[in-house]
Design a binder for this molecule. Structure first.
Ligand code: UDP
Length: 475
């Protein structure tokens, strides 16, 4: 067997959100399967409640993102985690860089490159210090990457990157000042990266990728050599290459999930609507009532990953919560939907639910991972974007006839009648919309991308070759 000493090592850094940790973990598994060692870190708190759901194994190796700062340092007395920025990172960019630098200096063997999230732009300083490349793992769609570059007109002029849909850019950048500053300073550092690895595939977003390849690469001050699509990097795509010596172990089943699976087993094929708005965001109580009412009158079986309205956006779904299941729901709702609808509080086994034959469609906030998982498992979307780049994805999928997008009223509420109409368009008028045949084709293309000879598989090989040929300046 190959000696571990000769394996190149890579440091992976991400932010502590499931939507970033999950694709980073899939990339880590792939690198391990190609005889590359990985050391994984996250910028902030790891959540005990979902941590065991995010941890994976490859052979005997546990893939766990160790926080660069401890929880007690993060939640210092008197400091409240009131905004996304302090929650995702905590200390300043400079302090984060010092911590990673210490780690890198003490690693034996030292890493040949750093692969880090868009939101760890400061890691470029560490890479520069050790004269190794930083590659970015971009966990959002290529359309959002295009927007990140278009922040800087010297790279892409607004004429070349038209807004899609109108108003999206404002909604992406005009949140809090701290968040705007956080996004911009990280976007700026994209230009210094060596490769940008995008969790997407050519047949889905080739037009955005090609535009960036032709407009950005080679511009003055842009170091980027390649923009590589390497997705779908999702749990069910099993991107890792399994060799005779190292078999990836299955992730452990959570007991409470068995009940959900039995419930699905008892439903008719393609009859169930799966409803989930991801791991972080919640909606208002008024919106919950409209959605509940719509689900009630649409008459279909549904499985809803329910999060109490207006809970702080800074915590992912907490499986250990003791709150009663009915909190925030219309009175009597649970009784009325008994036998037809099921609610899950906390973490749901999403990729298993989407793979189940009883699930016919997915009402989603269009988080990028959820959108790729829907494509992978062939479950068309009722697109209900809540924030930032989700609007881009929802509109793009609707334009590509991969989704039905819900319409909001003047108060930004999706009314119950709209909920019913969108579900019926997707699930009852299957043939008329054309969505199912388009979706089936895109599902096929997603699988082909990561198969042998596929575009993402070939791009991953480009990354592997570069890692294996990278001289290590520290040795
Ligand atoms: N997820 C899950 N169970 C949950 C909630 C989320 O498995 O109850 C996973 C989901 O499958 C996806 C990720 O967490 O892989 C969420 O990422 P996404 O980009 O869809 O949305 P975000 O949570 O970042 O808004």
């Amino acid at each position: 067997m190959e000696s571990k000493v000769h394996r190149p090592r890579v440091v992976i850094v991400t932010v502590p959100c499931p939507g970033h940790i999950i694709p980073s973990t899939q990339l880590a598994k792939y690198l391990l399967s190609m005889s590359i060692d990985v050391c994984c870190y996250s910028t902030g708190i790891n959540y005990p409640t979902v941590e065991n759901q995010l941890e994976e194994k490859f052979g005997d190796v546990r893939i766990r993102f160790r926080p660069l700062i401890t929880n007690s340092e993060f939640v210092s007395p008197g400091k409240e985690l009131t905004d996304n920025v302090s929650w995702m990172q905590g200390p300043s960019d400079g302090e984060m860089a010092v911590r990673l630098e210490e780690i890198v200096r003490n690693l034996t063997p030292p890493p040949v490159c750093i692969i880090s999230d868009l939101l760890a732009g400061w890691s470029q300083d560490v890479a520069d210090k050790f004269r190794i490349p930083r590659h970015v793992l971009y966990t959002m769609p290529a359309s959002a990457l295009l927007f990140s570059f278009a922040c800087f007109p010297s790279l892409i002029s607004p004429q070349v990157a038209p807004e899609h849909p109108p108003g999206t850019w404002n909604s992406m950048v005009v949140t809090t000042h701290a968040f705007y500053d956080y996004m911009m300073r990280n976007a700026r550092r994209l230009q210094e990266a060596s490769f940008i690895l995008v969790n997407t595939f050519e047949d889905l977003e080739g037009r955005f990728l090609d535009l960036m390849r032709s407009e950005v690469i080679g511009k003055p001050n842009v170091q980027v050599q390649k923009i590589l699509s390497i997705g779908p990097l999702i749990r069910s795509s099993n991107i890792e290459m399994v060799s005779a010596h190292s078999k990836p172990s299955a992730r452990e089943e959570h007991e409470s999930f068995a009940e959900v699976m039995h419930w699905l087993d008892a439903r008719e094929q393609s009859s169930v609507l799966y409803v989930s708005f991801g791991s972080l965001l919640t909606v208002t109580e008024t919106q919950i009532h409209e959605l509940a009412h719509g689900l009630e009158i649409c008459g279909r079986p549904f499985l809803w990953v329910y999060r109490v309205p207006n809970t702080p956006q800074i915590l992912p779904a907490d499986a250990s919560t003791e709150d009663s299941l009915s909190e925030g729901l219309p009175p009597g709702f649970l009784e009325r939907i008994q036998g037809r609808g099921k609610l899950i509080r906390g973490w749901a086994p999403q990729e298993k639910i989407l793979a189940h034959k009883s699930v016919g469609a997915f009402m989603s906030h269009c988080g990028w991972n959820s959108s790729l998982e829907a494509l992978w498992s062939g479950k068309p979307l009722v697109a209900w974007p809540l924030a930032v780049e989700q609007r881009l994805t929802a509109r793009y999928f609707a334009d590509m006839q991969l989704a039905v997008e819900v319409r909001k009223n003047d108060d930004s509420i999706v009314e119950s009648a709209e909920v019913v109409q969108a579900i019926s368009l997707l699930m009852e008028e299957r043939e008329e919309t054309g969505i199912h045949s388009k979706f089936d084709r895109m599902q096929e293309l997603a699988h082909m991308a990561v198969d042998d000879g596929g575009s993402s598989r070939s791009n991953l090989q480009v990354l592997i070759d570069s890692i294996k040929n990278q001289p290590n300046p520290l040795t």
